[in-house]
Design a protein around this ligand. Structure first.
Ligand SMILES: NC(=O)c1ccc[n+]([C@@H]2O[C@H](COP(=O)([O-])OP(=O)(O)OC[C@H]3O[C@@H](n4cnc5c(N)ncnc54)[C@H](O)[C@@H]3O)[C@@H](O)[C@H]2O)c1
Length: 378
């Protein structure tokens, strides 16, 4: 009989749904010592959170996250709210002795992130940040191939995350659904929102980044604020591109924008090594493209590996070889890994401390763009 782990989730938007789905699915596909229980969810609007609780099967709801955190029947607090709330909630939850699962980016900036790391480590509570792309089977397979040394020495790492949803100058900023355009709620624009994913994956696959040189642009300088109705300056980066050096001697090239007409969520990366290269594309997330120069030259070429076989990462838990899974499964995998690590008394990556490294790179990128020069990451 598995042990219950009572979840208290704050926020019921995009991530609130993705996480709730993962908690519900995980015990059906993974044999684990712990079983998540949807104990309570929380948001400010009673009507909306009541409806959400009923729809997803939460046993109860709260309209103030402070009350949720104080409850004795909550073991783990899951933070699915805009970035400006992560710090306060995470620290209060850790001080109340709760495990903390926090959405990315960890914080608004490195200083906040450091406080959060200190809080969870002093409290000795399990913690994790939802950089879920690590758990796309094809991405996890990339990590396996790199760790096995199949690529040999790595020369290049390049990543992009392209969207097009903020091109209209009439789009307001701030408030429901549009908080990502408001620097006070988001911290930054594409750097903290999209590049943070690319950076987390890159640090995981290719090791630390030592220096960056970036440029950012805000294409629409003023927008009406949805909450105040006032036209206010836009303070987020609409687009960001940066060069970097990795500690292993390889060179990195990253680009993100919300102004690439035609692209909705085009996250891609490519790694070029001495013997082999690999590349991945979120729009085709179950495939890993692999080129190995050591192949017989008559048939050498890029192969498209359909990552669906049971000996490939996570796939043995799902259907039969050849049948693929999708975006939502990355969250199921992350919950499964968290519960497994908990049973073993081990940390689940990325922890707050690990995610702080991504925050440091984001801060260095924004600093470099402001100053117009290379910035080292200590
Ligand atoms: N891992 C990923 O791939 C991924 C994807 C999207 C978003 N995110 C992150 O998840 C977080 C939430 O993003 P989202 O897309 O779900 O946003 P969203 O706008 O869809 O949902 C935000 C939720 O926060 C709630 N909220 C706001 N203020 C609150 C308060 N004071 N108390 C309680 N609830 C409050 C809102 O009611 C809403 O339910 C952000 O940090 C974002 O960066 C991560």
């Amino acid at each position: 009989m598995s042990k219950p782990l009572n979840i208290g989730m704050i926020g019921y938007g995009f991530m609130g749904r993705a996480h709730s789905n993962a908690y519900l699915k995980v015990p059906h596909f993974f044999d684990l010592e712990y079983r998540p229980v949807l104990k309570a969810c929380c948001a400010r609007s009673e009507d909306k959170i009541k409806e959400f609780a009923a729809k997803w099967g939460y046993e109860s709801y709260e309209t103030d996250w402070r009350r949720l955190i104080k409850r004795d029947d909550i073991d783990a607090v899951d933070i699915c709210v805009p970035n400006n709330l992560h710090r306060e909630i995470a620290i209060a939850a850790a001080e109340a002795g709760k495990m903390v699962l926090c959405e990315k980016p960890l914080a608004m900036d490195t200083a906040q992130g450091e406080e959060m790391v200190q809080a969870v480590e002093e409290a000795g509570v399990a913690n994790m940040v939802w950089y879920n792309y690590r758990r796309v089977p094809a991405v996890t397979l990339s990590k396996q191939l790199l760790d096995e040394g199949r690529l040999g020495r790595v020369f290049h790492y390049r990543a992009q995350f392209l969207q097009d949803w903020t091109i209209s100058a009439d789009l307001p900023q701030g408030g429901t659904a549009l908080w990502r355009l408001d620097a006070k709620a988001a911290g930054s624009g594409v750097t903290g929102d999209l590049l943070a994913h690319c950076i987390d994956t890159a640090l995981w696959l290719n090791g630390p980044i030592t220096s960056v040189c970036a440029m950012t642009e805000t294409f629409v300088k003023q927008r009406k604020h949805q909450l105040t109705g006032q036209v206010e300056p836009v303070q987020i980066d609409d687009a960001c591109a940066f060069l970097c050096r990795f500690a292993n001697g390889s060179l990195g090239l990253f680009e993100s924008t919300r102004y690439a007409r035609g692209h909705k969520a085009l996250y891609t990366y490519e790694v070029n090594g001495e013997h082999a290269s690999l590349r991945w594309d979120l729009h085709d997330l179950h495939r890993l493209q692999y080129f190995d120069h050591r192949d017989d030259s008559l048939v050498r070429g890029w192969r498209s590996v359909h990552v669906s076989d049971s000996d490939q990462p996570y796939m043995g838990h799902w259907w039969v070889p050849g049948l693929q899974i999708g975006y939502e499964h990355t969250f199921v995998h992350q919950v499964a890994d968290f519960l497994d690590a908990l049973a073993k008394g081990q940390p689940c990556e990325p922890t707050f401390r690990t995610a702080l490294e991504t925050q440091k790179v984001c801060d260095a990128v924004l600093q470099s763009a402001r100053e117009g020069s290379w910035v080292s990451i200590g």
